[in-house]
Design a binder for this molecule. Structure first.
Ligand code: PMP
Length: 453
């Protein structure tokens, strides 16, 4: 049955058609580039996801700076997507521009540690409270590495993830629950291995299921976002993380916290803000200020274990890629940690996001929509359900691609970019009150056109 979520389907269809037409009219240059790009790029885009925004054709980027994104047709957009966290601290931060210009003139990648390596290691340890680090290019790479190390360290083959989790292009993680049974995530291209053989999956916030899944001592690693952020947002119950840590320790299972998105919670991420005690911590996306960079931190005990594993089985580890830990990434990270991801920047981001969350709640309440708003620091999400879901399974059952797609398109037509695939909004250090005003006004305008009278 069609889920209406307080929206009138006839008004929605009329509105969507009008917005598509408005988009086409306003973006002739994007249309032309889309047509030319389709000659030599599969699906007309260099990464096939780029055509999944629900737009008549992709919006082509001219340039982006701070929280402002300008498309090739010259429209300036307030950017709340911020590269789906890749640019969470604003586009093209000046300290990163400086650091990158300096480093690129001195060589970007050489398979050697650069002179900034000791300093960046110190900054990571100080910020995230784990003593030992490794670098990769992407958070996906970091999660893959962590899974491999955990298996090697424990001698166990299985990992455990939470239903609805996303940790990047990591094969082991593409398992979910359907009616309580694990299935391979539908849609995977060319996947010939059955991930269910070594991946267990339970619902977030379900301690009994977690305890049962760990009971046989076969799980090497629990890989978790501290707040689920890729299926709308699912917050942990009070005391959930303490219990997760207690149960993993009791089962001899290592715990990896994936902070890639929850870095929005504070300068040291959610784990630091809530004194979690992970064995591994993964951080990626935003820490290079746009330069590809990710890292994973480990405890002293894990680091010693890693050394033992390598001593016992030297040779090619299967972990790492050629450009990982390159000099350019180190320069970008140092600039980010020292000059961009500051306590002041976080104060502004979190205050802006909390103001935004309050205004969204008021917009929803005024129209009596059965929707809710969740937040994790600088990250805000509106969800088409009356109450925030407590599990990924519940989160997967709500929402509406039609309504959310129409709102995303309508917002772009009103000079606001929000994240595709879900309704996530990020506040950067550069997000000003006029951007929040524009977002709220655009959303109200769109809602007034589609809400059931
Ligand atoms: N972990 C989490 C929690 C993520 O949300 C993502 C990407 N959305 C990743 C890891 C992977 O990041 P990347 O695509 O940069 O490898």
């Amino acid at each position: 049955p069609l889920r209406l979520h307080g929206v009138d389907p006839v008004r929605l269809a009329t509105f969507l058609a009008a917005e598509q037409q408005a988009y086409r009219r306003a973006h002739p240059h994007s249309a032309e580039l889309a047509s030319r790009a389709s000659e030599h790029w599969h699906g007309g885009v260099p990464l096939h996801w780029m055509s999944d925004w629900g737009l008549p054709f992709p919006l082509f980027l001219k340039e982006a700076s701070g929280s402002c994104l300008t498309c090739v047709d010259g429209h300036e957009h307030a950017d709340f997507c911020l590269g789906d966290t890749g640019a969470m601290f604003g586009h093209a931060p000046e300290p990163v521009r400086r650091a990158v210009a300096h480093q690129i003139a001195r060589g970007a990648t050489a398979m050697l540690p650069s002179l900034l390596v000791p300093e960046v290691g110190r900054l990571l340890a100080e910020r995230f409270a784990l003593p030992v680090w490794q670098a990769t290019l992407t958070a996906s790479d970091a999660n893959r590495a962590v899974i491999r190390w955990a298996r090697a360290l424990t001698g166990r083959s299985d990992i455990l993830i939470f239903n609805g989790a996303y940790h990047g292009a990591v094969d082991d993680v593409h398992v979910r629950l359907a009616d309580g049974a694990p299935i391979q995530r539908p849609g995977l291209v060319g996947q010939v291995y059955d991930m269910r053989a070594h991946t267990r999956v339970v619902e977030f916030n379900d301690l009994a299921a977690l305890e049962a899944a760990l009971a046989d001592g076969g799980v090497a690693l629990v890989l978790a976002e501290p707040v689920m952020t890729n299926i709308g947002m699912v917050l942990p119950d009070e005391g959930y993380h303490a219990a997760l840590r207690r149960l993993t320790r009791a089962a001899g299972t290592l715990l990896a916290i994936d902070e890639t998105h929850t870095l929005s919670a504070g300068p040291g991420g959610y784990a630091r803000a809530h004194a979690l005690e992970p064995d591994f911590l993964v951080v990626g996306k935003a820490i290079g200020g746009g330069v590809p960079a990710a890292v994973y931190g480990v405890t002293a005990a894990v680091s010693q274990g890693m050394a033992r594993v390598r001593a016992e089985a030297p040779g090619y580890s299967g972990i790492g890629t050629t450009l990982s830990a390159n000099a350019l990434a180190m320069a970008a990270m140092r600039a980010m940690f020292e000059e961009v991801m500051t306590a002041d920047a976080y104060r502004h981001m979190i205050a802006t996001a909390s103001d935004l969350a309050g205004r969204l709640r008021a917009i929803i309440a005024e129209r009596r929509l059965p929707w809710c708003v969740t937040a994790a620091g600088a990250r805000v999400e509106f969800m088409l359900a009356p109450e925030p879901p407590r599990t990924g399974g519940a989160a997967a059952r709500i929402g509406s691609a039609e309504i959310e797609g129409a709102l995303r398109l309508a917002l772009i037509n009103r000079g606001v970019v929000v994240t595709p695939f879900h309704n996530m909004l990020l506040a950067a250090p550069t997000t000003g009150p006029e951007a929040v005003d524009r977002l709220c006004a655009g959303l109200e305008d769109a809602l007034d056109a589609i809400v059931a009278p």
